[in-house]
Write a protein that binds this ligand. Structure first.
Ligand code: ADP
Length: 295
C-alpha cells in the first residue's frame, strides 16, 4: 500500500474581479469551502485510483476539521495516523481572479506542528511513500530517510518550491515537479529534458516534469525518456491537477503497473480533474478514468 505523509487543509476560495493589491479591498462572490492540502489531495487521488492508502497528518479541533477530512473518509483512506491537535486546522485562503489567476495564503496551523516523532514506527507496512513540501522539512526528510532505509519506493512531489535539499533528493526514488519547481531546483538555462536528466545524478531513479496542457516528460536512470501528450479536455479549473497526477501515478505503480502505463493513467485522471471546479471534489474515480483513457 501507499503511505502519504502530508498536509491537510480546508480551502476557502473566493472568485473576485481581480486579486487585491496591498491595502486594497475587493468584493468577491460567494465563499466556497472545500477539502484541500497537497497531502490530503494526493491521498484521495491515490485511493480513487484503487490503492490502499494511509495518511499521516494533523488537523485541529475546530469547525474546519470535518470539511478537511470528509472526502478522505469517503475515499476509504486510513486516517489512524492523523492527529487531532490543539492548533487550528490548516486553511488555504484562495482568491481567484476573473481571468483565472490565483493568489494563495496558507495558514499551516496543525500541519506545522508535526515532527519526525509523529511518523509510524514501522514503515515496512507500506511499499510506497508519497511526500510533498507543505509540512515542516524535518518530518519530510525523516520520512524519506526511514522509508529509503526500509526499502520503500519514495516519491517526492517537490511542491511548493523550497530550497534544494540534497539529503532529501538522495532518498528519493521518483521526483515529480512542474516547470517552475524544476527551474527552482535545477535552473532553467537548458531544455527541460536536459535539466531533468541532470537531476538524476542527485539521487532519483526517475524525474517527471508535468507540463500543464503539454502533458508530461519523464526521464529515468536506465536511459528511458517518456513524453506523454496531455489527455485532451476543455480545462475549466486546473486546481488539483498536479496532485491528481502524483496520487494516481503512485497508486498505479503500487498496484504493479509499468511506468509508462502508470504515467498514461495519471495524465488522464489529471486532465479529468481540470474539467470540474475544486480539488478533491473534481477528482475522477477509477471507472471514469478507465473509460476516458481506454482508447
Ligand atoms: P501543477 O498544477 O502542479 O502546476 P501542471 O499544470 O503541470 O501541474 O499539471 C499537472 C498535469 O495535469 C499535467 O502533466 C497534465 O497531465 C494535466 N493537465 C494540466 N493542465 C491540463 C490541461 N489544460 N489539459 C489536460 N491536462 C492537463
Amino acid at each position: 500500500g501507499v503511505l502519504v505523509v502530508g498536509s491537510i487543509n480546508a480551502d476557502l476560495t473566493v472568485t473576485a474581479p481581480h486579486i487585491p493589491a496591498p491595502g486594497e479591498t475587493v468584493l468577491g462572490r460567494e465563499l466556497r469551502v472545500g477539502p484541500g492540502g497537497k497531502g490530503a489531495n494526493q491521498a484521495v487521488a491515490a485511493a480513487r485510483a484503487g490503492a490502499r492508502v494511509s495518511l499521516v497528518g494533523a488537523v485541529g479541533q475546530d469547525s474546519f476539521q470535518a470539511n478537511a477530512l470528509r472526502l478522505l473518509q469517503a475515499a476509504g483512506v486510513n486516517l489512524s495516523g492523523v492527529q487531532v491537535r490543539p492548533e487550528a486546522t490548516g486553511v488555504a485562503l484562495i482568491t481567484v481572479s476573473a481571468g483565472g489567476e490565483n493568489a494563495i495564503t496558507v495558514a499551516s496551523g496543525a500541519n506545522a506542528a508535526l515532527t519526525p516523532d509523529d511518523l509510524p514506527a514501522d514503515l515496512s507496512l507500506w511499499t510506497h511513500l508519497l511526500l510533498q513540501q507543505e509540512l515542516p522539512p524535518d518530518i519530510t526528510l525523516a520520512a524519506a530517510q526511514r522509508a529509503h532505509a526500509a526499502g520503500l519506493h519514495v516519491t517526492l512531489n517537490a511542491a511548493p518550491s523550497r530550497e534544494r535539499t540534497p539529503a532529501l533528493l538522495a532518498c528519493t526514488t521518483h521526483l515529480i515537479v512542474n516547470e517552475h519547481e524544476l527551474a527552482a531546483l535545477a535552473g532553467e538555462d537548458k531544455d527541460v529534458a536536459e535539466v531533468a536528466r541532470a537531476l538524476l545524478t542527485a539521487g532519483p531513479h526517475a524525474v517527471t516534469v508535468t507540463l500543464g496542457a503539454q502533458g508530461s516528460l519523464t526521464v529515468t536512470a536506465d536511459g528511458e525518456t517518456h513524453r506523454l501528450a496531455a489527455f485532451p479536455v476543455t480545462a475549466l479549473d486546473t486546481t488539483g491537477a498536479g496532485d491528481t497526477f502524483c496520487g494516481v501515478l503512485v497508486a498505479r505503480l503500487a498496484q504493479g503497473e509499468a511506468l509508462r502505463s502508470a504515467l498514461h493513467w495519471a495524465g488522464v485522471a489529471a486532465a479529468l480533474t481540470c474539467t470540474r471546479p475544486g480539488a478533491q471534489a473534481a477528482m475522477p474515480d477509477w471507472a471514469e478514468v478507465q473509460q476516458a483513457g481506454a482508447s
